[in-house]
Design a protein around this ligand. Structure first.
Ligand SMILES: *Cc1c(COP(=O)(O)O)cnc(C)c1O
Length: 398
């Protein structure tokens, strides 16, 4: 343990030296199946040859010039994301929190620019996670993340997830926007039904509000569509993207409709690092792969196979697994034992996963995961459940 690092994380006693596809390798050569993907970040696995080649080419040319100059790679990535989405414009930044907070700023500015600066409040949902800045911990309203950081930032009103009556009741003369994850990630892979997304869109239209989708975790192919909201055919006015966008390189984006972005003019928002040449090269390389014909169909097929196998494991081990959740390769099992027990048991099986709220373990393989690797993950899960059952039995007998 390094005493030179702040203790923000209770880390696994495990470090990796290199990665290839769905596998991570320790310095002493142990191989782990990666169903965490760096928390849904390394969407194309490790050392994807196309990403490596594109970044290697760029790294020897130019890294950073700042947004004081034109960046052709940024214009290209912006145009491609716009072409592939509801949006008319993109803004690039560096993290999910920054994209979420920027989305809120854009919504507030929209109303201010049209003479309604009193409209600044944003409705969010219980269980939400929008990042760790002072404003975004207020948006998420999770006690654990707010405690000890002074007064909660004002401007956010939270209602229970999927509660339309409460959402409607929370709308007032100061409301500017509704912000929602189409599937809550850190909250425990809690899905928002398509009808609810449609109803939120309708509420926004009726009350002249902007709809913000936080697709930081659900976006970039994770659910088998480029963006999760495509499953519902509901479109937002503003969308935050990050995690999978750079395939492991830190990149985030805010996509907006022309109307929603109309309050923004030079000087109103900015970033030093955002959209630099390395980041944009990574983003473009990721899109090269994800937008290739058949890629997302394949994600859907693999996801279906994994989902079916997980349902069978849940049937066979009801004392360990209560429920399978999620869509595409954004999956989780809700456990009856502490979720850390299953996670640690899987580490013992040389497989890494990531926990979430509501006692869940997320299964987030790279979108490039093979059928054979899915089979291997299923065998490891099966073994982990069997081991946990044996432990329960000895505890019961003691
Ligand atoms: C991870 C995440 C964030 C925050 O992203 P950071 O890059 O850690 O700031 C925001 N929203 C959602 C939905 C996320 O999953």
């Amino acid at each position: 343990m390094s005493e030179a690092l702040m203790s923000t994380y209770a880390r696994q006693d495990l470090a990796f030296e290199r990665g290839e596809g769905s596998y991570l390798y320790t310095a002493d050569g142990r191989r782990y199946l990666d169903f965490a993907s760096g928390i849904a970040v390394t969407a194309l696995g490790h050392s994807h040859p196309h990403l490596v080649a594109k970044l290697q080419e760029q790294v020897g040319k130019l890294w950073h010039t700042s947004n004081l100059f034109k960046i052709p790679q940024q214009e290209e990535l912006g145009a491609r994301l716009v072409a592939a989405s509801f949006a008319d414009q993109a803004f690039f930044c560096n993290s999910g929190a920054e994209a979420c907070e920027g989305s809120v700023k854009i919504a507030r500015k929209y109303f201010a620019a049209k003479g309604q600066p009193e409209r600044w409040r944003v409705i969010t949902f219980e269980g939400a996670f929008h990042g760790r800045t002072i404003a975004m911990i207020a948006a998420g309203n999770n006690k654990k993340y707010l405690e000890g950081f002074g007064h909660k930032a004002d401007g956010f009103d939270q209602v229970p997830l999927n509660d339309l009556a409460a959402t409607k009741a929370a709308i007032g003369p100061e409301t500017a926007a509704i912000m929602v994850e189409p599937i809550q990630g850190e909250g425990g892979i809690r899905e928002v039904p398509s009808e609810t997304l449609r109803a939120l869109r309708q509420l926004c239209d009726e009350h002249g509000l902007l709809l913000i989708f936080d697709e930081v975790q659900t976006g970039m192919g994770r659910t088998g569509k480029l963006f999760a909201h495509e499953w519902s055919s509901v479109t937002p006015d503003i969308m935050a993207l990050a995690k999978g966008l750079g395939g492991g390189f830190p990149v985030a984006a805010i996509l907006v409709s022309k109307r929603a972005g109309s309050g923004i003019s030079p000087g109103t928002h900015g970033t030093t690092f955002g959209g630099n040449l390395l980041a944009m090269t990574a983003g473009n390389a990721v899109l090269d792969v994800m937008l290739a014909p058949g890629f997302l169909d394949q994600v859907q097929q693999r996801a279906l196979r994994l989902r079916q196998q997980l349902a069978m494991i849940a049937d066979r081990h009801p004392s360990i697994i209560e429920e399978v959740r999620g869509q595409g390769l954004l999956l989780a099992v809700k456990t009856r034992v502490p979720n850390s027990d299953l996670l640690n048991e899987l580490v013992g099986q040389n497989m890494v996963t990531v926990s979430a709220s509501e006692n869940t373990v997320r299964l987030l393989p790279p979108l490039t995961v093979s059928d054979a690797e899915i089979g291997e993950a299923v065998r490891k899960l099966e073994a982990a459940c069997t081991n946990l059952e044996a432990k329960l039995a000895t505890k019961g007998a003691a």
